[in-house]
Design a protein around this ligand. Sequence first.
Ligand code: IMP
Length: 427
Amino acid sequence: MPSLSVFGAQWGDEGKGKLIDLLSRDADMVVRYQGGANAGHTVVVGTEKYVLHLIPSGILHPSKTNVIGNGVAVDPFKFLEEVDGLRKRGVHVDGTNLRLSANAHVIFEHHRLIDQLSERWRGEGRIGTTGRGIGPCYADKAARTGLRVCDLLDPDHCAVRLKAALAEKNALIERVHGAEPLGLDAQLDRYLALGTQLAPFVADTGLEVRTAYREKKRILFEGAQGAMLDIDAGTYPFVTSSNTGANGISAGAAFPPRWIDRAIGIAKAYCTRVGEGPFPTEQKNATGDKIRKLGNEYGSTTGRPRRCGWFDTVAVRYAMEVSGADGFIVTNLDVLTGFDEIQAAVRYAIDGREVRDWPAATPDFDDIVPVYASHPGWTEDITRVRRYEDLPKNARAYVEWLEREVGAPIVMLSVGPEREQVISRGM
Ligand code: IMP
């Protein structure tokens, strides 16, 4: 398959980093197309743990081209910090294996500031953002007042645009939020200097990705966050500000939708969410605490404890359909070892009515009561299992039940954080 989309099929943190790292072995090019440094992809290689926020996970493999597409919101400071951190650990990173779209929008200091300040005004509507400036940056993109990477490479042009942007943002920062305004000269100097450091990486990535496809190179599109956090398809307004599934690829990587050959979702064997918003199968009880402890469910970007609950087939089926996914990968199956009983939502009861389809237009999810199916658990350690037949019978029964309910094949299972801890089922 020349092009493959791999995306989160829940609310993010599905373990994409490890899987994308693994699947990168068979790719020539790994492409990020949305999100920004709000993502946190954890990859464990031997005793080394890498947490990548902005740079595609393919960077850990020599001889892959890694692309940050035009749809990514790029914080230049975070980008360079990540490049530096990787280099210090002996990973080769330069303009030959890391390409940054000239059209990607830039996250400025004022975006980060406004992201953090505006959360305070939202009261119950608080989103619980990562505070990385993602929303305000995409808002400016849509308002056509944002600056792109190419703008940082042209001092005169950058000065004009940043001056206009800061005039408006400083009024907001000062008069609405009562905070200190940002000085234009200092910001301009800082971002132009960052632009100079970005220059070796900057490219027309859309052209490069399309050319690679025409040349029959294998391209892996790395989704960040999860489909249920998608700005259009997710639990709006408790979402991130980009299109997180395969639906984001064509706009965010300048890649024709009909050239996406295969799409694979990733879902945990249970479910987690960070930040606010609907999470029908959340377990605010000892079960949730146990999942958090066993799964070490703390955010890799913010360190926040994740909300934990059971697998939700209603949400995953919907997420898979929106992205036209051909199959999915189930991660963290080992975390469920030791539970007497494993539950998963099969339907929702809303006002006494049972539905099997995701209720997209529901403004308030408080009235939703998940209807669960119960499965007997297993006690055997499965972290060393590499062949599907060697899994305990109850684990296989759960996996096959998930496949039937979601309506798509599970092509791989992950049973631990290491690259090798996977069970392939036709991936
Ligand atoms: P933002 O993307 O920082 O604006 O945050 C919006 C929502 O998306 C918040 O609920 C965040 O916790 C969530 N979010 C953003 N990035 C991630 C991620 O990589 N994993 C899980 N949740 C995320």
